[in-house]
Design a protein around this ligand. Structure first.
Ligand SMILES: [Zn+2]
Length: 142
């Protein structure tokens, strides 16, 4: 949104024309042949907001190494996403000239899942590792 305004698109046009805004980062996918159950350290738990008790329900995986992945432990990439749907309320916020942090805060209240949260779901599903998600979402505050 801020980018569009920066390059000179009028706010009212952004508000009326944009349907959704998607942020994406790429993470490496764990090699399915050799991924191994992993135990997160304290820092990783903290950075991903993991509740140790709740995490008993998931097996978290980390990279192994095999011929299939040339010993890298990863094979291929996938996106993690953050999607802001521009509904009437968001449209109203754009027109009121709310700043990006304000908009983000409100979008969170309305249920938007952040890049990191989407990444966490994919870590819990065993598709990628905690360190991948942490490294590509380092700059996300929440
Ligand atoms: Zn492998």
């Amino acid at each position: 949104m801020a980018r569009l305004a920066d390059i000179g698109v009028k706010k009212f046009l952004i508000a009326s024309a944009v349907r959704a805004i998607i942020a994406q980062r790429l993470v490496r996918k764990l090699c399915p042949v050799c991924k191994e159950p992993a135990i997160l350290d304290e820092r990783e738990m903290r950075m991903l907001n993991f509740d140790p008790v709740q995490e008993m329900n998931h097996t978290i995986y980390g990279p192994g190494g095999c011929e299939q992945c040339r010993n890298k432990g990863y094979k291929g990439r996938m996106g993690i996403f953050e999607i802001l749907e521009v509904d009437d309320e968001v449209r109203h916020m754009i027109n009121k000239n709310l700043t990006s942090p304000q908009l983000r805060k409100r979008a969170r209240e309305l249920g938007m899942r952040t890049l990191r949260e989407d990444g966490i779901r994919k870590v819990q599903a065993g598709m990628t590792s905690a360190s991948e998600v942490i490294s590509v979402t380092m700059s996300d505050k929440d």
